[in-house]
Unconditional design. Structure first.
Length: 395
């Protein structure tokens, strides 16, 4: 069955189909519709779940931690400043190995205040120990939320499903809705193996003294690295059942490509359209879409790019004082796998600044240029900067 859904509605429906048991809700633009829709499901009896209205995002994650530790399948959603307020508890959730699932509608961080989209919020918590999956379209949002529960429960790691605010959260697209029985077969009821027992009270949150803390962080890191296989296996299983396969990344028309753009999220869809147009003109171009940013698919990325001549990394974030976060991980992965490629880092689309087809063509031109020079661009390229603002002219 197909329905026309916004990205937020797709995320909410995915949680409903997963038979989530506890929802902790605090509204923030542009994710508010996610928890609003879930409240409707609970209120009209479509979903048997505890809907907890809390006073802040910090409380929302705290409630999820308590519910997950008690054995409940839990879900919440947030964005931007809400994710930042929640950040303290993100580290607690992963450190306690709790299989919480959260949707994040990507939005810029203040200041200046912006309600528009880029990836700065989730990039700011990329080291919090959560799996991060980035979605290209609304179908992928629904499918990824369902898969996220299975991934989380098999790895005992929390999973963040990330999608572009407004570009996906408020845009409607036709989405194929699986039957509830099919989802139940894919995602059976879950029993948390370390459930809190009221008869055996313990302190939730061990003290990480020097003799213990480092080993706990090592085990968490190993669990994240090991989750790559689980993400792949779950995506394959989902594909066999529902006809849509997912992995750590997607190499689109990269087999014989000379020049490739590496990117994530909805931006990948825009680049695919340009790739198709340029292919008709004889250009051997492709796009490598990363679905999993944490864990980072280092070896898989290097293998996918091993035969190209040059790459460009387009991303909606900046690690201030350095390069884009995605670019840094891409270069590290290539270097560790002894793949040497000229590269250019393109920062674009911050706070929903338009990224047009013409802009993407320009990036491919940049990639071709660095290939001819056999030399990477050593500074980030900021796409579409307004010179009149930088020069202090009044608008």
């Amino acid at each position: 069955m197909k329905e026309v859904l916004t990205g937020n509605e797709a995320a909410a429906l995915g949680a409903k189909l997963a038979r989530v048991q506890v929802i902790s809700a605090y509204p923030i633009t542009p994710q508010t519709v996610v928890v609003e829709k879930l409240s409707e499901y609970v209120a009209n009896g479509e979903l048997q779940a505890e809907f907890m209205k809390v006073e802040s995002e910090h409380s929302a994650m705290s409630a999820c931690i308590g519910a997950a530790a008690a054995g409940a399948r839990t879900f919440t959603a947030t964005s931007s400043q809400g994710l930042m307020l929640m950040s303290e508890m993100l580290f607690v959730a992963s450190g306690l190995r709790l299989p919480i699932v959260m949707a994040n509608a990507n939005r810029s961080l203040s200041a200046p205040l912006s309600i528009w989209c880029d990836w700065q919020d989730t990039m700011a918590v990329r080291d919090s120990g959560w799996i991060q999956l980035y979605c290209e379209n609304n179908q992928e949002i629904l499918d990824s939320v369902i898969q996220a529960f299975k991934i989380a429960e098999q790895t005992l790691l929390p999973v963040m499903v990330c999608y572009d605010g407004y570009i996906l959260s408020h845009t409607v697209e036709p989405v194929d809705i699986p039957e509830q029985k099919e989802v139940d077969d894919f995602l059976p009821p879950y029993s948390y193996p370390f459930m809190l027992d009221p008869g055996k009270p313990v302190t939730l949150g061990a003290v990480g003294t020097p003799p213990y803390y480092m080993e706990f962080r090592y085990m968490l890191d190993q669990a994240l690295l090991g989750s790559k296989k689980v993400i792949t296996d779950v995506g394959e299983d989902f594909g066999r059942r529902f006809g849509r396969r997912y992995g750590l990344l997607e190499a689109y028309r990269c087999d014989d490509a000379d020049f490739v753009i590496v990117t994530m999220g909805s931006l990948a869809g825009a680049v695919k359209d340009v790739v198709d147009d340029l292919r008709k003109k004889g250009k051997k171009v492709g796009v490598l879409k990363l679905r999993s940013f944490r864990p980072f698919p280092s070896d898989e990325l290097a293998e996918a790019l091993s035969n190209v001549k040059a790459i460009g990394v387009m991303e909606k974030d900046i690690s201030l004082g350095s390069f884009g976060a995605l670019f840094l991980d891409v270069l590290a992965s290539l270097s560790l796998n002894e793949v040497r490629l000229p590269a250019v880092n393109v920062i674009c689309g911050l706070a929903n600044r338009d990224v047009t087809s013409e802009d993407i063509v320009k990036v491919f031109d940049m990639i071709e240029d660095v290939a001819s020079k056999r030399k990477s661009v050593k500074e980030t390229v900021w796409l579409g900067l307004r010179k009149e603002l930088l020069e202090g002219e009044e608008i």
